[in-house]
Design a protein. Structure first.
Length: 271
């Protein structure tokens, strides 16, 4: 067997969590990531027949039965993942009946999957129906996006349009816009279901006064998606109290989207 600590997917999780902590997005044990892995690749590093523990999920994930994920742990700090991945990360397989996660590696100190793993799995289910190559779900607390929640209407169209106005690249990076949920109790199946419903239309879902859920094909794509939303929110917060002399016009957004060939939400523009 190859060294699991040198597996590309473990290294990606270590680097990404460290970067997100460095940016101030994931204070204390805030934030969590789940990454759908290739069974054949994981089999090069682990004995897939050796189940260390069984962790109840608390909901039915039958449609993901047999799928393997690497997941950040409950109560774990992103700043510690790089130094001790085996304690802070876990590799789990969804059981055949969809009720449990079978621990194949990690959580060496007796830990378990993030409490928001059911919400992640629900989002994986929703995104895989839209894009079979979706592999990553990332939850984080970007500072300026959170600040924007307090001063901007929590409406999909209005929030998306404002973000699109902030940076030329925005309508190209997230042409479908962003989904916005009202404040809801985190760590519950209710917020997981609400997020999954939004994930049918968006790769970014904002949890009001809490953070962002992002989804994508790769770790880089998902991180970059959230990073772009956060940059736009930062520019908004730096300028919202000032008279606006210039802006990106809706006609210019159309020009951008059509030049780059992206399928954008035309109903989110005011034309």
């Amino acid at each position: 067997m190859k060294d699991i600590l040198k597996a590309p997917f473990v290294e990606e999780m270590c680097k990404t969590t460290a970067n997100m902590y460095r940016l101030g997005w994931d204070e204390r044990n805030g934030g969590n990531i789940s990454y759908l892995l290739d069974e054949k690749e994981v089999g090069e590093y682990l004995d897939l027949n050796l189940v260390k523990r069984v962790l109840p999920l608390g909901f039915d994930a039958t449609t993901l039965a047999g799928k393997i994920f690497i997941v950040t742990g409950s109560g774990k700090y992103f700043k510690n993942v790089l130094d001790d991945p085996e304690d802070n990360l876990g590799i789990v397989r969804i059981s055949a009946d969809g009720q449990n996660a079978q621990l194949l590696w990690g959580y060496s100190g007796g830990g378990k999957c993030t409490s928001e793993f059911p919400a992640h799995l629900m989002s994986h289910m929703a995104r895989l129906q839209v894009d079979p190559e979706n592999r990553v779900v990332m939850h984080t607390h970007p500072t300026h996006t959170l600040a924007m929640n307090y001063v901007h209407e929590l409406d999909d169209k209005k929030f998306s349009h404002t973000l699109w106005e902030m940076c030329t690249e925005c309508i190209v990076i997230f042409p479908e816009g962003v989904g916005v949920l009202p404040w809801m109790l985190c760590g519950t199946n209710s917020i997981g279901k609400a997020t999954a419903d939004k994930m049918k239309d968006y790769r970014i879902v904002i949890w009001a006064m809490h953070g962002i859920y992002g989804a994508g094909k790769t770790m880089d794509e998902t991180f970059g998606l959230i990073e772009t939303v956060e940059k736009a929110a930062q520019i908004y917060m730096l300028t919202a109290h000032l008279p606006r002399i210039n802006t990106i016009k809706d006609e210019e957004m159309v020009e951008l989207a059509e030049f780059f060939g992206v399928n954008y939400r035309k109903d989110f523009l005011n034309l």
